[in-house]
Design a protein around this ligand. Sequence first.
Ligand SMILES: [Zn+2]
Ligand SMILES: [Zn+2]
Length: 132
Amino acid sequence: MEAKCQCGQLAVTTPGPSSTVVACHCSYCQRRSGSPFGVFAYYPDDVLAIIGEATKYERPTETGGTFETFFCPVCGSTVYARASKHPTMLGIAVGAFNDASFPAPVRSVWEQGKHHWVSIPGHAQHFPKGRS
Ligand SMILES: [Zn+2]
Ligand SMILES: [Zn+2]
């Protein structure tokens, strides 16, 4: 499968869908994405191929780590991200696949910031803050 930015300059290829899909309702994900929540699908680094140029934005996390977002310097779309607590995993922005059949989230975090009309499937694990 291929995830790519709006303009197509930055892309990541994956061997298929990931079963580790996480929805996050934190303020950073809301501002980063411009949407009520962010959704990343996590993969081990070594199964992915990145094509194109990315700009990195790094921010501190609540637990003293960092969260790095990689976006296209031309069109600004976030395509992937890395959390320092999972240094060998990359999160791919699920919207970048543009595939409506992509698996639903298995985890929903920072639900204390969830917009009132958003409903995440009940089989997902739900956390008011980050997963501890
Ligand atoms: Zn782009
Ligand atoms: Zn978040």
